[in-house]
Design a protein around this ligand. Structure first.
Ligand SMILES: [Zn+2]
Length: 533
């Protein structure tokens, strides 16, 4: 109990220190709630929308700006705004260059809220994928990552501004509709249409706001700690799909126990047309349609997307360059899930395989995990954000020990749950729980490119004294790390010793009992490095 009180006190102090949102795109407003009314039909890809945006002013201003892709006459795609209304008198609005700027007649005070209704229509160029699935059936799937939501939704399309959301979908009644949060209403209308209304009352980023409209087979997988889990697959894939996604109950149970309470009203695993293998939309995970294959081999993917419900969705990176807080966490914690399910060897194999990917990727793109030069955010889907960041967490875990590492993760989740965070926020939490300064650790592994390239040579004297030289031969960037080496003796026994590397070159000398005949670097897969012979 005492520990909890200390944690809550720390949490309060840390939140006070970090309340400022440094990356807010539009510094004058914070969107609180969206209602998106979307009208779909079967004869064209043309959609009609009505958005209700409730925003609070963070400072006095007389205008607000939203993201919304403009109509492009050459492709005939994009959105055209037909009206903008509010209780406040609007002087004018302008929709150009993918921005909708609304100017009010009077200045709006700090902390005042405004409610704006925008009517618009057009064929989405992206973001809402209107196509056919592998069975030739027409489908509509939102696919917003990283900032493709404003192709079909007027919004602040940036992860720093989270809001609650309601979707009201008007579609031909033969479809079922899935979305974030809870289904509030389903009503049959005239002309074989249906209204489906879903509401997500936990604030989420626009990258995670979706609808899926298709013919579905839906299986209720029961509740996990009170949260309903369900499976949505194309009806032709029902048998394989219900089996392939059945593992979907396990990661939500595992991570609720490991990290803290799940943040959303339900969890649906949905076969979809996302361009990614899986997309972690809050409480409504979309998987590529090929993931239903009857092979029951989706545990890693489903665990990855489910982990995002904690890291990425609930605790959201405040800016794109900190995406490792989402992808690195999902990658590393998936290894935890797999270790729990399949054992320690699978954990080590996963890390070793990730390490090989990091090494291969560095040959093509020698960049740090936090790479502020990136402007095309789609390119952040790379092994630095995923595998190298996962390795960073693994080494941090090794540095602090399981108990402190997990306490830190839980505290970080407790403080930033349903909010946003930056790398420095995570660092501060880990420093608080460990009572250590982690500046150089975070700097070397997150802001420096590359990793140690290690060369060793050793010899054994007659009196069984080992002389060992360890060098880091990569250019420019020095790393500090412990290196474990296994020494194998002629009679087949072995022992492990740890060497602290705090320089480019170090020499060690020590006596052994048996006659050492071979050495093996990092036998327990604890360090991101490349061995050079
Ligand atoms: Zn991911």
């Amino acid at each position: 109990m005492k520990k909890l009180i200390i944690s809550i006190h720390l949490a309060f102090c840390i939140v006070q220190l970090s309340a400022q949102n440094h990356y807010a795109r539009f510094k004058s407003i914070d969107v609180l709630h969206y209602i998106f009314e979307i009208h779909l039909n079967d004869s064209t890809d043309y959609i009609k929308g009505k958005a209700n945006v409730l925003a609070r002013f963070l400072q006095p201003a007389n205008s607000i700006e939203l993201d919304l892709v403009s109509f492009d006459s050459s492709s005939e795609k994009g959105m055209e705004v037909s009206s903008v209304e509010a209780l406040r008198r609007i002087s004018y609005y302008r929709h150009e260059k993918n921005k909708l700027n609304i100017t009010f007649a009077d200045s709006i005070m700090q902390n005042e809220t405004v409610n704006i209704q925008i009517s618009y229509s057009g064929i989405p160029n992206d973001g809402l994928i209107i196509s056919t699935n592998k069975f030739g059936d027409r489908t509509f799937f939102g696919d917003n990552w990283p900032d493709r939501a404003h192709n079909w939704l007027p919004c602040v399309d940036h992860p720093s501004d989270k809001a609650t959301v309601e979707f009201r979908v008007y579609a031909p009644e033969r479809y079922q509709v899935i979305s974030n949060g809870t289904q509030m209403e389903e009503t049959n209308l005239e002309n074989a249409y249906k209204l489906s209304r879903w509401q997500e009352m936990t604030p989420i980023a626009t990258k995670l706001m979706v609808v899926g409209i298709a013919r579905f087979a839906v299986l209720n997988n029961g509740n996990v700690n009170g949260t309903p889990v369900s499976t949505w697959v194309f009806p032709q894939n029902k048998n394989e799909g219900f089996t392939d996604y059945a593992v979907g109950r396990e990661p939500i149970a595992y991570f609720s126990e490991l990290i803290g309470p799940y943040s959303y009203e339900k969890l649906a695993h949905v076969q979809s047309k996302t361009r990614y293998g899986g997309m972690e939309n809050a409480s409504c995970i979309f998987y590529a349609e090929r993931t239903v294959n009857g092979k029951n081999n989706n545990a890693g993917l489903i665990a990855h997307e489910t982990t995002h419900q904690w890291f990425g969705n609930s605790v959201t990176e405040q800016n794109w360059h900190h995406i490792w807080l989402s992808e690195g966490f999902a990658t590393y914690l998936t290894h935890f899930f797999m270790r729990n399910k399949f054992g320690d060897e699978v954990f080590k194999e996963g890390l070793a395989s990730d390490r090989r990917r990091v090494i291969r990727y560095a040959e093509r793109n020698f960049a740090p995990i936090i790479d502020t030069t990136v402007t095309n955010y789609s390119t952040l889907v790379n092994p630095n954000s995923y595998q190298k960041a996962s390795w960073f967490l693994h080494m941090l875990n090794e540095e602090l020990g399981d108990s402190l590492f997990l306490s830190g993760l839980r505290l970080y989740y407790l403080i930033y749950r349903d909010s946003t965070a930056l790398t420095k926020d995570f660092q501060r939490v880990m420093e608080t729980v460990s009572n250590r300064n982690l500046d150089s650790f975070f700097h070397e592994w997150l802001y420096q490119p590359g990793y140690p390239k290690i060369k060793t040579d050793w010899k054994r004297d007659k009196d069984k004294t080992i002389t060992l030289n360890i060098s880091q031969i990569q250019e420019n960037y020095l790393f500090h790390f412990p290196l474990e080496i296994e020494f194998v003796t002629e009679n087949g026994e072995s022992f492990i010793r740890k060497f602290e590397m705090d320089d480019w070159k170090k020499a060690f000398s020590f006596k052994t009992v048996g006659k050492v005949s071979a050495i093996r670097l990092d036998p327990n897969v604890k360090l991101l490095f490349e061995e050079v012979h």
